[in-house]
Design a protein around this ligand. Sequence first.
Ligand SMILES: [Zn+2]
Ligand SMILES: [Zn+2]
Length: 253
Amino acid sequence: MRFCLLASGSKGNCVWVEEDGRAIIVDNGLSFVELKKRAQSAGINLASVRDVIISHEHTDHVQGVGPAARKLGLTVHVSQPTAEAAGAHLKNLAIRHFEPGQTLDFGFLKVKTITGSHDCADPSVFVVEGGRHRLGLATDLGVATALVRQEFSGLSALILEFNHDLQMLLSGPYPYFLKQRVRSRKGHLSNEQAAELLHELQHHNLQQVVLAHLSEVNNTPALALAAALASFGQSPPPVAAASQWEPTEVFTL
Ligand SMILES: [Zn+2]
Ligand SMILES: [Zn+2]
């Protein structure tokens, strides 16, 4: 399995996952021009992508889905409440609805859909299974629920939200209501909350961790990486921080 975060953060998200030369993307908040540019710079062939899976309706996850789906001929997999909430972003596309908890079977990959906790119609996080590997993908998660903790055990790799440093959020420029929203159970994971989850999920076969959806206002990659590394014992797995502005490396499991 190979994967790459082409963009991560409140201005746009897109994760590419490939197995045996075929691929899916999860969310797309990038314009098609930007998606193509980033895929090319990462050495990714978008022609191998056939399906896009949607986590939730916020614009940083859906605003580029329509153009990408039309230009690449993608089938859009989305829960019905999310599709309704996404409205015009998913208009006139080839849609397949999933129920939370359902596993989407693409043959080369399987994607388990898991209910998350976020201020949207029907938040989903995912575990992508291909070959012997399982990749967990959780951003836009207010709290690591018991369900997420359970489904994310024994992963080969993990893409996990490290949204904000709590001190930076509290002393930062956001208005009070927005600070409360970010911190709430339907907001975003702080570095501390994510590190605690990472500590719980670590095991000897965890091969790669990617810190995702970092706030550009309330976090820094250095703070997020320090929190993540502190959650591990003596021999941490490779840990990388994703960026809003450029793709990560293409990780191979
Ligand atoms: Zn988001
Ligand atoms: Zn969101």
